[in-house]
Design a protein around this ligand. Structure first.
Ligand code: COA
Length: 151
């Protein structure tokens, strides 16, 4: 009777699963990370999910990062062109806000912001939860629009 087959002695040990590789969606590398934050129990709504108004405030803050650099001074949010809550945010989700410039005008900058949640660390998932387009205007001391500085 032949001897039972066993692994050759030089077989490498199995590679432990890399949770980031196994995630169905990974965090983007072609946009800029402008904010990372974890919501608190105080940010819950009556359904037990994270309050949409809190998410909107974070998106407004995150969206302002790149326009502030371009404007090199004060800016104000003039318009939320689009805002989509794709999936509910839960307590324990780690939120990452990624931004890219959509349009640079004479006095305004429009930014596209995407929010990803990393959830369930034991079996990590990365989920896009929110997407928005917001326009910021460079303003002077009187709060009036001012031309963006040359880049
Ligand atoms: C932001 C503000 C100074 C702009 O003044 P305004 O006289 O309305 O601005 P203008 O019509 O001259 O437009 C300025 C720029 O904003 C853009 N803009 C104005 N309204 C817009 C809208 N609804 N959507 C997208 N862009 C808009 C214009 O296209 C223009 O951009 P460009 O110069 O790059 O072409 C003024 O509207 C304001 O003070 N709003 C209140 C801001 C605020 O309190 N935000 C919340 C807290 S930050």
């Amino acid at each position: 009777m032949p001897a039972p087959e066993s692994a050759p002695p030089d077989t490498p040990p199995p590679v432990p699963a890399d949770p980031l590789r196994m995630a169905p969606l990974t965090l983007p590398g072609d946009r800029e990370l402008v904010l990372r934050v974890m919501p608190l129990p105080a940010d819950l709504n009556a359904n037990g999910d994270i309050f949409g108004g809190w998410i909107m405030a974070q998106v407004d803050l995150a969206g302002a990062v790149l326009p502030s650099r371009i404007a090199r001074g004060r800016i104000a949010t003039v318009a939320v062109n689009q805002f989509v809550f794709k999936q509910a945010v839960s307590l324990g989700d780690l939120l990452s806000f990624y931004a890219r410039i959509q349009r640079v005008g004479k006095t305004s900058v429009t930014v596209h912001v995407e929010v990803f949640a990393e959830r369930n660390p034991a079996d990590l998932q990365v989920v896009k939860v929110t997407e928005a387009s917001i326009t910021y205007v460079a303003i002077d001391r009187e709060g009036k629009p001012r031309p963006l500085p040359a880049r």
